[in-house]
Design a protein around this ligand. Structure first.
Ligand SMILES: [Zn+2]
Length: 296
């Protein structure tokens, strides 16, 4: 097991960090991890974190829902129903900016989104590092899914990262590499959790959006704007992910009150999710946000 501390902020290159919060891996290892905040730009990161080769140990669970398609409890089942609805919603967001063409889903999981896009006549490509998920994605999409970006030669009209960038170790390099695979007028869609949301503030160290150590980076709107600008991107649009606040609040409620009845946790989680969405109507601080960027 190798842990590494981040010594340089990937956004502002500062070498000064201060402790931000201690939170726990509630789903797999049940161990604590520290979040550090950059003293200059306030970017929050998980540090120390398992290195690139060690992190796979923290994904070895059937509970890691994004890599499975079977739900065993109420929250998982609701998640899967929501996912079916979300596929159509994601398609519409893409279509609003690009009517069709080549799409790459980076971190495609079991390929549900690509499968949907293929049915709507998009030419699809996917990258998924997990072997189990990748094999499933190949079957689901009828397309060869790659394990790394370097295996892909094409240029794309759209590249999507649905809750993926927060998992990527080489943050700056990855954005550069993605840019090199994007057409000049192509668009990049990046969905990530936002720790400035009301549900995050309410649950604190129990907030499921931290999901350590799998989430290495914890982006605010300001962080994403600066990070993308560094690599020559400009954010043209942001879209709130309103179902995420419900899902994340339900999970967080379970982490915070494991002994409360399931029904109580369910009601409180849903209420917090709704409150978070209502508050965000004024502040824009939704629990998760999709950033849509183009090259400057
Ligand atoms: Zn910084």
């Amino acid at each position: 097991m190798i842990f590494e501390a981040v010594s340089i902020c990937p956004i502002c290159s500062s070498e000064q960090f201060k402790p931000f919060l201690v939170t726990r891996d509630y789903s797999i290892s049940k161990t604590d991890f520290t979040l550090q905040e950059c003293s200059t730009c306030k970017f929050v990161i998980t540090s120390p974190r398992p290195d690139y080769n060690t992190i796979s140990l923290y994904y070895l669970s059937t509970n890691y829902i994004s890599h499975t398609s079977k739900g065993n409890n109420l929250i998982d089942r609701l998640y899967l129903i929501a996912r079916a609805y979300t596929l159509r919603w994601k398609y519409r967001i893409v279509r609003k900016h690009k009517p069709g063409g080549f799409i790459l889903d980076f971190g495609c999981g079991t390929g549900a989104f690509l499968q949907y896009m293929k049915k709507r006549n998009w030419i699809i490509a996917g990258i998924e590092p997990s072997e189990t998920a990748r094999e499933q994605a190949c079957t689901n999409t009828g397309t060869n899914i790659f394990s790394t970006l370097s295996q892909v030669q094409k240029q794309f009209d759209v590249i999507t990262l649905w809750h993926v960038l927060e998992h990527v170790h080489d943050l700056n390099k990855k954005i550069k590499d993605l840019k090199s695979h994007l057409e000049k007028d192509g668009i990049l869609l990046i969905a990530v959790p936002n720790h400035n949301s009301l549900d995050s503030k309410k649950y604190g160290s129990y907030w499921a959006g931290y999901d350590v150590p799998r989430h290495l980076w914890h982006f605010s709107k300001q962080d994403m704007t600066k990070l993308l600008a560094k690599e020559g991107f400009e954010i043209m649009d942001t879209v709130p992910m309103k179902l995420d606040s419900l899902y994340v609040s339900l999970l967080s409620e379970g982490y915070k009150h494991p002994k409360k009845s399931g029904l109580m946790r369910f009601i409180k989680g849903i209420l917090t999710g709704i409150k978070s969405n209502l508050a965000a109507r004024g502040t824009g601080q939704y629990s998760s946000i999709i950033y849509i960027a183009k090259q400057v």
